[in-house]
Ligand binder design. Structure first.
Ligand code: ZN
Length: 444
């Protein structure tokens, strides 16, 4: 990855090392907050995010019907712990919020180990990590702990305390809308419902935040940008159900999750599999110089399954690093601030910005000297000494743009056909326009 990236929206240079650190610092600030699909953890998170971008925060009351679902009761938690027969606090929510099964109902009881065990969750083949467990739609309570800790529990009386509440309240989601010159939108969606877990999905939250922050500084943008910070599944469904009238504006979209580990980029295509966003992401990955993977859409996964449901059918794919489920730290306490590194986050930032750049700048041009190849030498657009390697690539790009600019090939298509990086194609097109050899189709 290059340290500095120039994105020519407004000729801004991005210091990727600095941006990676900024994302990781924000993740460190958000990490301790106990988030779930509702409750104060999401509110606190949105409050912090609102310091970085213009953020509209919405509260949708418990009981609201959203498509086939109902907004659930709001869950909040103050404390939770277990005291062992020796009077020692052995599990403490205040040390790690992953210790408590999300949506656990309140309890304050003494019980035997046998009574307690059905409420304890471990991963026997990963004995050193705490699993992340939820029970959103069935009232239950539970604690998560390492399997090694579980094996050391003695017979005797345990004091079990969960100081939580499950009451009518609301579901909180946030959105940052950045208007462009048209009402055509690019959607980036991430989820804010996971507690102290980093790749899945604080990485998506901090990436979306920095993207929104940087896009908000760009003056000349064709597209409007919408960044959604919603609890996974129920939040996406809630947003879709309340915003059906806006859906036709969304032309391209990505779900940002698992974007900060050290793995290669993985793109999960849209349900259709052959849409414009699929081509743009493929182009960026192909020209990145990095290894990457492109996988077909599969119905399970994150919120692309809501955006890609048949009645919604939005053009939304998902650009990740290592997908959920494919890294051993997934949904455990090991998905932490060490697992996600600034450099991984910065790499995803650069790829997302390059995607936006192509979408913003993909235009179709017409060659104004189409009979034979125009004389580039006399216009200073050709190397003076032939055979020199210097400038060869951009010359190839120039010749390709002239040859394929018959009004039927956009710059992205030229890049696809020639395997020349989009940025180089775009720069050549700009030079040719300056030299009056090229004109945008329908520009008159
Ligand atoms: Zn998850």
């Amino acid at each position: 990855m290059n340290k500095i990236m120039t994105i020519n929206f407004d000729k801004i240079d991005y210091d990727l090392e600095k941006i990676g650190k900024e994302m990781h610092d924000l993740m460190t600030e958000l990490f301790p907050i106990c988030r779930s699909i509702t409750g104060d953890g999401v509110r606190k998170t949105d409050d912090i995010l609102s310091q970085h971008m213009p953020l509209e925060i919405h509260e949708v009351p418990t009981g609201t019907k959203v498509f086939d679902w109902i907004v659930p009761k709001e869950w909040n938690i103050n404390d939770a712990y277990i005291i062992d027969p020796n009077g020692e606090k052995i599990i403490d929510f205040k040390k790690s919020n992953v210790h408590i099964m999300s949506y656990s109902v309140p309890i304050n009881e003494k019980m035997t180990l046998k009574e307690l065990t059905p409420h304890l969750y471990t991963i026997p083949d990963k004995p050193d990590v705490i699993p992340y467990r939820i029970s959103y739609y069935k009232e239950n309570w539970g604690f998560c702990l390492t399997h090694n800790q579980f094996l050391n529990l003695e017979e005797g009386e345990y004091q079990v305390v969960i100081d939580s509440s499950l009451k009518d309240g609301s579901l909180t989601y946030a959105e940052c809308f950045l208007p462009g010159e048209t009402d055509h939108e690019i959607l980036v969606s991430c989820y804010t419902c996971h507690p102290s877990l980093c790749n899945d999905n604080l990485s998506g939250v901090v990436l979306s935040t920095l993207l929104a922050k940087e896009i908000s500084k760009i003056n000349s943008k064709k597209y409007s940008y919408r960044f959604l910070f919603v609890p996974e599944t129920i939040g996406a469904i809630t947003w879709l159900s309340l915003n059906e009238s806006k859906l036709s504006n969304i032309k391209h979209g990505l779900v940002a999750t698992c974007v900060g580990d050290a793995g290669n980029s993985t793109y999960k295509k849209t349900r259709n599999g052959n849409l414009y966003i699929d081509r743009v992401v493929t182009n960026v990955l192909k020209n990145s110089g990095d290894d990457y993977k492109i996988i077909d859409y599969f119905p399970p996964g994150s919120d692309e399954r809501q955006y890609g449901s048949p009645g919604i059918n939005l053009p939304v794919g998902s650009l990740m690093k290592t997908p959920y489920g494919d890294f051993p730290q997934y949904h455990t306490s090991a998905d932490n601030l060490d697992f996600v590194k600034p450099v991984g986050l910065a790499d995803s930032f650069s790829k997302y910005m390059n995607i936006f750049y192509i979408i913003e700048n993909d235009k179709t041009f017409v060659n104004l000297q189409p009979k034979g190849e125009p004389n580039l030498g006399k216009r200073g657009l050709y190397r003076t000494v032939s055979g020199q390697q210097d400038g060869y690539e951009s010359e190839l790009a120039t010749i390709s743009v002239l040859n394929l600019s018959d009004g039927n090939h956009s710059l992205l298509e030229i890049s696809e056909r020639t395997n020349i990086d989009f940025n180089l194609i775009k720069q050549s097109a700009d030079r040719l326009v300056e030299s009056k050899l090229l004109e945008e189709l329908n520009s008159k």
